[in-house]
Design a protein around this ligand. Structure first.
Ligand SMILES: C[S@@+](CC[C@H](N)C(=O)[O-])C[C@H]1O[C@@H](n2cnc3c(N)ncnc32)[C@H](O)[C@@H]1O
Length: 241
C-alpha cells in the first residue's frame, strides 16, 4: 500500500492530504461511505483500511474505474470497496444510502455545483457528514492552463470558497469548518521541487503518471496559481441538515 501511495492518491499533496482528510472524517467501522469521483481508488482503499468501513466509489471515467477495481482486488479489499461508473450528478443510489461522503479534487470539473450538492444530499442519511477537498478560485484572476484538472478554461469550473459555502447552505448542509490549506500546498511544492532538483523522486507522482505529456506544464501552472493567489486549496466539513 505504501509503495503505491504516490501514484494512486490523485489529488494535490497526495497521501499527505488524504491523511489530513481522515483526521476530520468521523467514519466508523459500521459505516457505508460514498466517494464521489473516486479516480483509481487510492482514497477509497485508504479510508476503508483505516476505518474498517465500506466505501462505494463512483467515477465518470470507465478506465479509472477498471484500474480502481483491479487494484482493489489485488489488495483483497473487494468486499469492502465497490466502484461504479457513473455521473456524480445522477448517481445510481437510493435516497439516504450513506452515512458519510467525501469528494477529493472533483468539483473543479463540475459546472452544475448546486446539482452536485443536491445529489450528494439526496443519497446521504439525515445528519450524515460530507468532506470536500478542492481548489477554490482566489482573487488573483484566472490560472494558466493546462492544469491537472482541465486542458483549458472551457472545462474548468472554479468557485470561490464563499460561493461553495453558500451553495452548500442552499443545498441544506451546515458548513462546520472551511479551511485554506494553501500554506501546506506551497510548502509541499517547495519540498517536492527540492527533491527533484537533487534527482530524487517527489512524494506525489499521480499527475505525472496519469497526465503524460502535459503533466509537467499542468503542475507548473498549478504551482504558479497557488503562489499568485489564483488557486486556494480548501478542506470543508459539512453535515446534512
Ligand atoms: C483529480 S481526479 C480525483 C480522483 C480521486 N478523488 C482521488 O483523489 O484520488 C478527479 C476525478 O473526478 C472524476 N469526475 C469528474 N467529473 C465527474 C462527474 N461528473 N461524476 C463522477 N466523476 C467525475 C474524474 O473522472 C476523475 O477521476
Amino acid at each position: 500500500m505504501e509503495a503505491l501511495a504516490p501514484y494512486v492518491q490523485f489529488h494535490g499533496r497526495g497521501l499527505e492530504a488524504t491523511e489530513e482528510v481522515a483526521r476530520i472524517m468521523p467514519a466508523r467501522t459500521s459505516n457505508h461511505v460514498l466517494d464521489v469521483g473516486s479516480g483509481i481508488g487510492g482514497p477509497a482503499r485508504y479510508f476503508a483500511t483505516r476505518f474498517g468501513c465500506k466505501v462505494t466509489g463512483i467515477d465518470l471515467t470507465p478506465e479509472f474505474c477498471e484500474v480502481a477495481r483491479q487494484l482493489t482486488q489485488l489488495r483483497g479489499l473487494q468486499e469492502q470497496v465497490k466502484i461504479e461508473v457513473g455521473d456524480a450528478l445522477v448517481m445510481p443510489f437510493a435516497e439516504a444510502s450513506f452515512d458519510g461522503a467525501y469528494s477529493l479534487n472533483v468539483s473543479m470539473n463540475i459546472a452544475d455545483k448546486s446539482g452536485f450538492y443536491r445529489e450528494i444530499h439526496r443519497v446521504l442519511k439525515p445528519a450524515a457528514w460530507l468532506v470536500l477537498s478542492e481548489l477554490a478560485r482566489g482573487d488573483g484572476g484566472e490560472p494558466n492552463y493546462p492544469t491537472p484538472w482541465a486542458a483549458s478554461e472551457r472545462t474548468s469550473f472554479l468557485s470561490t470558497s464563499e460561493e461553495t459555502r453558500q451553495g452548500l447552505l442552499e443545498a441544506q448542509f451546515d458548513v462546520l469548518t472551511l479551511r485554506s490549506t494553501v500554506q501546506e500546498a506551497l510548502e509541499f511544492g517547495a519540498r517536492s521541487r527540492a527533491l527533484a532538483a537533487r534527482g530524487e523522486k517527489p512524494p506525489h507522482r499521480a499527475v505525472m503518471l496519469i497526465h503524460g505529456a502535459i503533466a509537467r506544464q499542468a503542475m507548473e501552472n498549478s504551482a504558479r496559481g497557488l503562489a499568485e493567489g489564483k488557486l486556494i486549496p480548501v478542506e470543508i466539513f459539512a453535515r446534512k441538515r
